[in-house]
Design a protein around this ligand. Structure first.
Ligand code: PLP
Length: 224
């Protein structure tokens, strides 16, 4: 099938599902931000999405993303695990960082970022270190530093549903953490949660930013 038609049809279906899940939770499509996760896909696919009106793209690796961002002007999001030695470069192309969990990384952002960033702090929902994110307790001191910065903005929390735990109870837990967090950090109104497999559940628990890859792009291993 023609790639443009394929992406267009997939996007349309995802858009319809977002709209109905948003209205089921008393919101409208315009209150939700869809980030097309384009990692492992070529820049030609990003150009197709851009032509279809998508302007938010998510990437996990600096080298891949900096190349793509130099070719397609859009709002670029970084959502991968942060490595200190990549952060200076990430700050040049990303406008939004979803995966901050370490004060030392924020100090590097303060030092190197050439423009203001929107920052989500990543919460770890399963207590295991390997998937990225910090415990909610560990994020409070970091949040205070980000909130106090006059240049960068603390916009909310981000999480990935842990493996092996019921997704709905994980996102319900996340929603509770986010509500408590907003009492201390009222500016942090955004919640980045929900991927291809679970975005409708995430929306039902207050997600405002969806990071969707394979449902829009198709399998990462077919046709390439
Ligand atoms: C890859 C990735 C996504 C998108 O995953 P899909 O299952 O392809 O929708 C979202 N968030 C993060 C952090 C990712 O690494």
């Amino acid at each position: 099938m023609n790639r443009e038609i394929e992406i267009c049809e997939r996007l349309q279906e995802v858009e319809e599902r977002i709209s109905s899940a948003a209205s089921a939770s008393g919101r409208t499509r315009s209150q939700i931000t869809l980030i097309a996760v384009t990692k492992n896909f070529p820049v030609s696919d990003i150009a197709i999405l851009k032509g279809l009106g998508v302007n938010d793209f998510g990437e996990n690796r600096d080298s891949e993303a900096s190349q793509k961002a130099s070719e397609v002007k859009a709002r670029w999001h970084f959502q991968g695990q942060i490595q200190s030695n990549k952060l200076k470069s990430i700050c040049t192309w990303a406008e939004v960082i979803h995966s901050l969990d370490d004060l030392r990384h924020f100090e590097l952002i303060q030092k190197f970022a050439p423009h203001p960033l929107d920052i989500f702090l990543q919460v770890n929902l399963d207590g295991l270190e390997h998937r990225g994110g910090g415990s909610i307790q560990s994020l409070y001191p970091l949040a205070e530093k980000v909130a106090a910065d006059s240049h960068h903005s603390l916009v909310g929390l981000m999480a990935v549903a842990p493996l092996g735990i019921d997704v709905a109870s994980s996102f319900e837990n996340l929603q509770g953490l986010h509500e408590a967090f907003m009492r201390d950090f009222p500016m942090a109104t955004k919640l980045s949660a929900g991927m291809s497999a679970d975005f409708e559940i995430a929306l039902s628990f207050g997600a405002t930013h969806l990071r969707i890859g394979s449902e829009i792009m198709g399998s990462r291993y077919l046709g390439r």
